[in-house]
Design a protein around this ligand. Structure first.
Ligand SMILES: *Cc1c(COP(=O)(O)O)cnc(C)c1O
Length: 357
C-alpha cells in the first residue's frame, strides 16, 4: 500500500460504549453520511450494528441506496433533504426522509407516496426546517388528510460544541423551542442532540434518539474528548530519500530552499489523497515517532519532508509515515481547516484499512 486510512474499530467500539453511558435510555442514530466522514460508510455501519445500533442517517438519496444495496436492513434516514423527484426512490428503498417544505408534504400526499418522514424543525440552525408558524399548518394538514407517515421530528443544534455562555444560552433556547413541539400522534422518533449536544446537554432534551457523528471518532468540535480514544490514522510511506549535493529549492514555486548536505524524504502522498496543502513550513508528519517538517509545497501525489540530522541514518525507503493520527485535531487547526473537512476530504484512492487492535 502507498497511502491508506487506518480505522481502529476496537477504539470505535470503545467510544460507542462511552456514548451509551452518556445518553441514558436514549437510542443511537449512527450518522454515516459522506462515506461515514470518509471512513467507509458500509464498514462503519456494520461495526455500529455490532454495537447494537439499528438506526442510521445519511445525507443523500444515493448514500442511502448504497447502504441498501450492500444489504443493510436497518432504518435509514436521509438528513440532507431530497428533491421531489427523489421521493419515489426513497420509498422504493425504504429510506426515511427529512421533510422541511410544506409543498413537499402536499406533493407526497397528492401523489400517494408512502415514504416515512421526519419533520425538520428550524430552531436556530438557519439551514432547513419548518419555522414555528409553518409547523401549525403542517399539523393541521396532517390531521385533515389523516397522514400516517410522519414518524419523526428533529432539529439541529448549531453551537452545541461551544461552551461560551452566549452559545450555551443559544443551545438551551434551541432545545427548549424544540421540546415544545407536540401534536402529531404518529411520531415515534424525536431527536435533537448531535455530538456536542450528547456531551453537554443530555440532561435536558426530551428526545428518545441522539444523532451520533464525529463523537464516535473521539472528537467533538475541534477537540479530543477526554476519556475517548482516537480511531483515525492517515498513513503513507517514504518513497525516496536524497542528500542534497548543493543548496536546493524544493517543489513547485521554489517556496523553500534547503542547504547542501540536508536530507529530504519524499512521501508517497499528496493533496490528491487529501493531504491539505496548508500553511507552508508549519505542517509536520510523524516518522519514527518524531515530527518532521513538510518542506516546499505539497504536490498532487507526493510531498517532501526534511529529515532531522539525528534521524538521517535510521530512515529508509518504505518506512511508515503518519500524516495525521493522534494529532489530527491539532493539525486541522494549524492548517486553518476543521477535523470534519480533513477526514471527509481523504480521497477515494486512499485505501481504508480496518484494524481490530
Ligand atoms: C451531520 C449531522 C449530524 C452529526 O453531526 P456531528 O457534529 O458529527 O455529531 C447530526 N445531525 C445532522 C442533522 C447532521 O447534518
Amino acid at each position: 500500500m502507498r497511502t491508506w486510512l487506518e480505522v481502529n474499530t476496537k477504539n470505535l467500539k470503545y467510544n460507542i460504549g462511552k456514548i451509551y453511558e452518556k445518553i441514558g435510555d436514549r437510542k443511537i442514530i449512527g450518522i454515516v453520511k459522506a462515506n461515514s466522514y470518509g471512513l467507509g460508510s458500509v464498514e462503519i455501519t456494520k461495526e455500529l450494528i455490532k454495537c447494537g445500533v439499528d438506526f442510521f442517517a445519511v445525507a443523500t438519496l444515493s448514500e442511502g441506496i448504497e447502504l441498501r444495496e450492500t444489504g443493510i436492513k436497518e432504518k435509514i434516514l436521509i438528513l440532507g433533504g431530497v428533491f421531489d423527484d427523489e421521493l419515489k426512490d426513497a420509498e422504493k428503498y425504504n429510506l426515511q426522509v427529512a421533510l422541511s417544505r410544506f409543498d413537499q408534504l402536499e406533493y407526497i400526499n397528492i401523489n400517494n407516496i408512502q415514504v416515512k418522514c421526519h419533520l425538520a424543525i428550524e430552531t436556530g440552525m438557519g439551514r432547513i426546517g419548518f419555522n414555528f408558524e409553518e409547523v401549525e399548518k403542517v399539523k393541521k394538514y396532517v390531521k385533515e388528510n389523516n397522514l400516517k407517515n410522519i414518524i419523526g421530528v428533529y432539529t439541529h443544534l448549531s453551537v452545541a460544541d461551544e461552551d461560551s455562555e452566549e452559545n450555551r444560552n443559544y443551545t438551551i433556547n434551541q432545545i427548549k423551542k424544540f421540546n415544545n413541539f407536540s401534536g402529531i400522534d404518529t411520531i415515534k422518533y424525536r431527536h435533537i442532540l448531535n455530538s456536542g449536544g450528547i456531551l453537554s446537554y443530555s440532561g435536558m432534551d426530551n428526545g428518545n434518539y441522539v444523532r451520533v457523528g464525529i463523537v464516535m471518532y473521539g472528537i467533538c468540535g475541534e477537540n479530543w474528548i477526554e476519556g475517548f480514544k482516537s480511531v483515525i490514522s492517515f498513513k503513507s510511506k517514504i518513497l525516496f530519500i536524497k542528500t542534497l549535493i548543493e543548496d536546493m529549492d524544493i517543489s513547485y514555486g521554489r517556496a523553500c530552499t534547503l542547504k547542501k548536505g540536508e536530507v529530504v524524504a519524499t512521501i508517497a502522498a499528496g493533496y490528491a489523497d487529501g493531504f491539505k496543502r496548508g500553511a507552508l513550513n508549519k505542517i509536520t508528519v510523524n516518522i519514527q515517532g518524531r515530527q518532521c517538517l513538510v518542506v516546499g509545497k505539497v504536490c498532487m501525489d507526493m510531498l517532501m519532508v526534511k529529515i532531522p540530522e539525528d534521524m538521517v541514518d535510521s530512515v529508509k525507503i518504505g518506512d511508515e509515515v503518519i500524516l495525521y493520527g493522534d494529532d489530527l485535531v491539532e493539525k486541522a487547526k494549524l492548517i486553518g481547516s476543521s477535523t470534519y473537512e480533513i477526514i471527509t476530504g481523504i480521497n477515494p484512492r486512499v485505501k481504508r484499512v480496518y484494524i481490530e487492535e
